[in-house]
Unconditional design. Sequence first.
Length: 303
Amino acid sequence: MDIRQFRYFIAVAEQLHFAKAADLLGITPPSLTKQIQEIERELGVRLFNRTKRSVGLTAAGAMLLDDARRAVHQAERAVETARLAGRGELGRIEIGYVASTAYSGVLQQQITAFKTAHPGVDMRCREVAMDLLPEMLDTRRLDVAFLRPPMDYPPGIVSATLVRDPFIVACHENSALSAKAEIAPADLANETFVLPEQIAGVLEVGRLGQFVPKLAEQPGNLTSVVVHVSLGAGVSILPSSVSKALHIAGVVYRPLMDSQILSEIAVAFRRSEAGPATRAFIAQLRAASLPTPPRHEAGEQHP
């Protein structure tokens, strides 16, 4: 029996009247009678006791009724599940992130907004070392990654910028730098730099200050970086959002004078994405992304 036949049987079993059941189904009584007869032939049992005045279920029909209802309900649920999944309202999204994207709040904002609009989607998040994120996207172990550019991506992986915030200096509270309200890049020429996962800020400070930075170790996540600064290992160039999230004894944060040194948070994903739920999340992220700043030609002065 197929689902259509189950529906015919259930209608007659519930109405116990072929004409009324046929009317509910939108077919003629003779057609319904023929369908019931075909079902009985297929099963090799009588499902109804029929007289000129009444229709009643046989023992076999009564036993079939509950299973038929369950079968129709399961089929309807499967169809609805497929429709919801096709619209991106069901499914699972695997998300990787680096800690500083959580410090800024953008990770929480984007996931909360999507879960509010798509409560049926299972969003699974895990912190991942930043240099692993592009390859995990490429091999489909992750669907979306929140990270800090610049990054090299495999072909087929693209990104969109969500946040730009200035870099700041993390220094020990007893250092001469801590007495400054702002720190110029050149003031850091003799310092040792504790490296975060993304070292673009350190390199840019060195370029603007016209010195080659002296690099210390790269201890891992940002908490470890700030702990190393608190232990006197050096200074670090970090996104400003870190200063709001990590308060560790012995460390102070100071702004850089050159406000053009900006840190970015971006989201990376596959250019061709098959999953409807992931596509819906990417559409939300693209809508929230920032425009690309204009490029400056060689020799052109920055504002």
